[in-house]
Design a protein around this ligand. Structure first.
Ligand code: SF4
Ligand code: FES
Length: 245
């Protein structure tokens, strides 16, 4: 396949970025999207040009680093991570537009790389259990109903990629924060700090400048881990019950 890649290039956080178009030949439909950028970058380096900066780590859909906005959708045309997207999802001769996440709390560092440390600060504000739970207990020692365990596990599959924020017209982070709060609120170990956690994480989320939720569900539609908006409903319940008690 031959494609054209229209990529956002931006030297640093202070400079003004612009799109630049590159032809990429010899693209295999079995390549991942990131491998295709690797190929382009090799040719840019050979020509003495600056390679395109982009984030990645595991390339297995688990770290949440690969954050590209492809043809107007976070992670591209499929509901998966960018590293799990393959070139067979595109057509020969296609012009593919690649941008960084667009959200004020995720400022662009360089090219396609954004600073997502706002998510880390929300986690640091309360997304943990600090009570001493003793030694590692046997897995079956605390009986937890399967439905609850499954629900907590589903919330815990959030990889913190930020696609939900990028998809939202308000740059809201409530799907991410809802998942982080839910996975702990559902389990016995998360009960002691439950109220303080909801208050502190929501406060930090607001401080970082994320917008409000207006129920468009764009976040759920684009989340590569299929995190459901029921996590947002639980976040609201947790926050309100913390405030009124
Ligand atoms: S909720 Fe989904 S889209 Fe948002 S950070 Fe988690 S995995 Fe990514
Ligand atoms: S590189 Fe880790 S999820 Fe894509």
């Amino acid at each position: 396949m031959k494609i054209s890649l229209k990529v956002w290039r931006q030297k640093n956080s202070e400079s003004k970025g612009a799109f630049k178009t590159y032809p990429v030949d010899d693209v295999s439909e079995d390549m991942s999207f990131l491998e295709m950028i690797d190929v382009l970058n090799e040719s840019l380096v050979k020509k003495g040009e600056e390679p395109i900066a982009f984030d990645h780590d595991c390339r297995e859909g688990i770290c949440g680093m690969c954050s590209l906005y492809i043809n107007g959708r976070p992670h591209g045309p499929l509901q998966t991570t960018t590293c799990q997207l393959h070139m067979r999802s595109f057509t020969d001769g296609e012009m593919i537009t690649v941008e960084p996440w667009r959200a004020n709390p995720f400022p662009v560092i360089k090219d396609l790389v954004v600073d997502r440390s706002a998510f880390d600060r929300i986690q640091q504000a309360g997304g943990y259990i600090s009570v001493n739970t003793g030694g590692v207990p046997d897995a079956n020692e605390i009986p937890i109903p399967k439905r609850i365990a499954d629900e907590a596990f589903d919330s815990a599959t959030c990889i913190g990629c930020g696609a939900c924020v990028a998809a939202c017209k308000n740059s809201s982070a409530v799907l991410f924060v809802g998942a982080m709060i839910s996975k702990l609120a559902l389990l016995p170990q998360g009960q002691v700090e439950r109220k303080a956690r909801a208050e502190k994480m929501v406060e930090q989320m607001d401080e970082e400048g994320f917008g409000s939720c207006t129920n468009t569900k764009a976040c759920e539609a684009e989340c590569p881990k299929d995190i459901k908006v029921t996590n947002i409903a639980r976040l609201n319940r947790e926050f309100f019950s913390a405030k009124v008690s």
